[in-house]
Design a protein around this ligand. Structure first.
Ligand SMILES: NC(=O)C1=CN([C@@H]2O[C@H](COP(=O)(O)OP(=O)(O)OC[C@H]3O[C@@H](n4cnc5c(N)ncnc54)[C@H](OP(=O)(O)O)[C@@H]3O)[C@@H](O)[C@H]2O)C=CC1
Ligand SMILES: Nc1nc(O)c(N)c(N[C@@H]2O[C@H](COP(=O)(O)O)[C@@H](O)[C@H]2O)n1
Length: 227
């Protein structure tokens, strides 16, 4: 069974996740960062696409002492499993996600990945192989389920989220909308990729909550799955 998948992103008031050069922007304030930390701490795994690793070099660790202690008290590892979706094994061997603090890492690759790069990554991470040229997201999630990962938080970016949404693999979405305009038609958004053409293909959402946090608003959506 695939894990429950929760997407979390911060976007500007005009719906951008970062600048057109894919430069990371601080959109959330301290209060929202704490919420994200709690969401992460409550997950078995946190996932990003290779685009985010190359652009931001994130560590994806749980930050607050309280959240770390709660995880340890529950008998789980200090940090959720950190997962990179990376068809061609482009994750730099010195990426922070592979080295910052203890914990399990998973790199999901396709059959087309360069074996030499894969061998290098296997020193730091468990490698899952699905798909011929691109990671098969449904198969990857099934494999994560077999690894006893029940709840995955996806931190982005827009290309990976679009792939997951298109494949009907997302259950909930949190979007924090901050009080800035980043602009630029080429700046990343929540769901990039080719987009849907027909209205019947659109991903439908149910609004669970809209809450002010500092100078922005948090939207919490549930995804309506097609029967
Ligand atoms: N504000 C926020 O909350 C966040 C912002 N960001 C921003 O987002 C940007 C990065 O986003 P983006 O460039 O879209 O990269 P992503 O992190 O979404 O990674 C996309 C890559 O994932 C790989 N991938 C493998 N299989 C699939 C699949 N089946 N479907 C989709 N993708 C797949 C592809 O590379 P390959 O084919 O090589 O495997 C693809 O190019 C950065 O600017 C970052 O700062 C990121 C996270 C959160
Ligand atoms: N929640 C949130 N708010 C913002 O303003 C952001 N820019 C992001 N970006 C995401 O956070 C990751 C940073 O992870 P680490 O602090 O290195 O653990 C970054 O890669 C984006 O995924 N998120």
């Amino acid at each position: 069974m695939r894990p429950y998948v929760i997407v979390n992103t911060a976007m500007s008031a005009d719906g951008k996740l970062s600048t057109r050069e894919r430069r990371q922007v601080k959109i959330s304030g301290a209060q929202d960062f704490n919420r994200v930390d709690r969401l992460k701490a409550g997950s078995d795994a946190v996932m990003v696409g290779i685009g985010t690793v190359l652009a931001d070099n994130p560590s994806l660790t749980v930050k607050s002492e309280e959240c770390r202690n709660n995880r340890l008290a529950r008998g789980t590892s200090l940090h959720p499993v950190r997962i990179v979706v990376d068809s061609h094994a482009r994750t730099p061997p010195d990426a922070k996600i592979l080295h910052k603090e203890e914990g399990k890492r998973v790199i999901a690759i396709s059959k087309r990945a360069d074996p030499a790069k894969v061998r290098e990554l296997e020193k730091f991470a468990t490698v899952i192989v699905t798909g011929n040229d691109r990671v098969d997201l449904a198969e990857m999630l099934e494999e994560l389920g077999r690894m006893k990962i029940r709840r995955v938080m996806v931190e982005g970016g827009g290309t990976l989220i679009a792939g997951l949404v298109t494949a009907g693999l997302v259950d909930e979405i949190y979007t924090f909308v901050g009080n800035i305009i980043i602009g630029g038609k080429d700046a990343p958004t929540l769901a990039d990729g080719p987009g849907f053409v027909k209205e019947s293909e659109f991903c439908r959402l149910v609004l669970l909550e809209a809450r002010r946090i500092e100078d922005g608003i948090l939207l919490h959506w549930k995804v309506e799955h097609r029967q």
